[in-house]
Design a protein around this ligand. Structure first.
Ligand code: SAM
Length: 481
């Protein structure tokens, strides 16, 4: 068979055995889980690679990338299958938490210990994340009486991503969250409208090709103060994630932090970290030794080891209770009847707050909208999302159950309800809900799913739902906590 004919066959009809071999290879090489929903996309990528390399068929291509001499083509395939979606200052509440809490705390500690502050941007994609971290660090350092040297180590599996990070030149969407002051301070503009990161910031960032799954971390034990690994582990299996988090733990110093993406969690992965809430964001702290040094502005820790149900009243619950509730009169007309017009306004404001990542405010406004218009499904969904994002899963459960009761076909509500159930330890119910979400998601308006998808397609989310449902069932069957 010619390579062109082989490519056509692979694109149109990969057999189950062939797909299993391909998916197994990628899981082993990069920890990436490719389920059936990603089959057409993966087949198309591999068909292109077969045509480009002249391989006789898929078996020959697999043999080539599995052999030591196939290292270049193996890398090329990994470059093609990874998803580089990113932008500067992604997740503003996390950026604020870094600026106001984590970086000042870590810098003071580094000064006290006379060491360099080391930040690892693990899975840095095209560089927007590590440069954002370096810019924040430079800003914070300028406000302190004494600041340590800062180095950001940026690593990624993809050679294309690493090359783009080294180039440090950006345009378009990835700059959307950069404000005028930061443009002025941290970027040089080019005639074609693109922007380069200034040398001062580039000099703080050390870029390396690195596979988080197969390579040892490029650090000594305890050398790192802050690991930022966001939106990387979403396609990793729980076992891969557990191994990786173990490696993060080993390279972090006592009191160091791990920051993950807003949709990622260490729940059921490890008990070795303490969840710390930071306004509308959260981070995981590697526990300090028994007699911790005093930390200025230390954030309030939240125990994250036991299922939330069994915790009587966590600091998080207390924090939730202290959120200002909307005044009762705000969502009623003068005669005390729910006021749908007012609800529409409140819901619009809640959505705006959510989009701008002011989660506590979004939850409060959405709750008020729901009270003013009790059949307004979106109000419960917005409230549930806002509460779940800051780790208030019990509060999210209440809102999301109402949403699903009112709109059983709202796939996004079902997906979020399933997540909240799982995190609260209600695994059998979570499995049922994940399966219901897998059915409902393809029928849900795409616009409702944009935030959830974050660059993936709906079929990938469906597969994730099935996988998570199976995982919940397995834990119920084995009675695993
Ligand atoms: C969606 S981007 C996230 C970028 C950035 N962290 C952010 O949140 O904006 C995911 C990145 O993870 C990288 N990645 C995936 N698997 C990896 C692995 N096994 N080792 C290192 N990087 C990996 C991909 O190449 C991609 O650049």
């Amino acid at each position: 068979m010619t390579a062109a004919a082989a490519a056509v066959r692979v694109r149109s009809a990969v057999t189950d055995a062939e797909y299993a071999a391909l998916a197994g290879f990628l899981a082993q090489q990069a920890g990436l889980v490719f389920d059936q929903t990603r089959r057409p996309a993966l087949a198309a990528i591999v068909a292109d690679r077969i045509a480009a390399t002249g391989a006789a068929d898929l078996g020959a291509y697999l043999a080539r990338i599995s052999a030591p001499a196939g290292v270049e083509e193996r890398q090329r395939l990994l470059d093609e299958v990874t998803i580089p979606e990113t932008h500067f200052f992604r997740n503003p509440p996390q950026m604020e938490a870094l600026r106001r809490r984590l970086l000042p705390e870590l810098m003071r500690r580094a000064v006290a210990r006379g060491r360099t502050l080391t930040i690892w941007s693990a899975g840095c994609s095209t560089g927007e994340e590590p440069y954002s971290l370096a810019m924040l660090a430079a800003e914070v350092a300028a406000t302190l009486p004494e600041a340590p040297r800062v180095r950001v180590v940026a690593t990624d599996l993809s050679t294309q991503a690493v090359a783009a990070t080294e180039r440090a030149r950006y345009a378009g969407r990835s700059l959307a969250l950069v404000d005028a002051r930061s443009f002025e301070r941290w970027f040089d503009e080019h005639d074609d409208g693109s922007f380069s990161v200034v040398p001062e910031v580039r000099g703080m960032v050390d870029v390396r090709l690195h596979n988080l799954v197969t390579d040892e971390p490029p650090f000594e034990p305890g050398e790192v103060d802050l690991v930022v690994c966001r939106n990387v582990t979403i396609y990793f299996s729980r076992e891969t994630m557990r191994d990786l988090v173990g490696r993060f733990q080993a390279v972090l110093g006592a009191g160091g932090y791990l920051v993950v993406g807003h949709a990622e969690t260490l729940w059921q992965v490890t008990d070795a970290f303490t969840l710390v809430t930071l306004g509308d964001a959260f981070a995981y702290r590697k526990d300090l030794p028994a007699a911790p040094e005093p930390v200025v502005d230390a954030p309030e820790p939240v125990a994250h080891t036991a299922p939330r149900r069994e915790v009587r009243r966590t600091p998080l619950q207390r924090a939730r209770e202290s959120w200002p509730e909307a005044p009762a009169v705000a969502h009623r007309s003068a005669d005390g009847v729910p006021d749908p017009d007012h609800a529409t306004d409140l819901l619009r404001l809640a959505r705006e707050a959510l989009a701008q990542t002011r989660y506590a405010e979004a939850a409060r406004l959405a709750a008020a909208a729901a009270a003013a218009s009790p059949f307004e499904v979106d109000a419960y969904i917005v409230e549930g999302r806002a509460r779940a994002t800051v780790g208030d899963d019990e509060g999210a459960l209440v809102a999301l159950r109402k949403a699903v009761y009112l709109a059983p076909r709202a796939g996004h509500a079902r997906f979020q309800l399933a997540g909240a159930l799982a995190r609260c330890g209600e695994r059998a119910a979570a499995a049922r809900e994940y399966r219901a979400a897998a059915v409902a998601l393809p029928q849900t308006d795409q616009a409702e799913l944009d935030d959830l998808l974050d660059g993936c397609d709906v079929q990938q989310l469906v597969v994730l739902c099935r996988r998570l449902a199976d995982e919940c069932d397995r834990r119920v069957a084995q009675d695993v906590p």
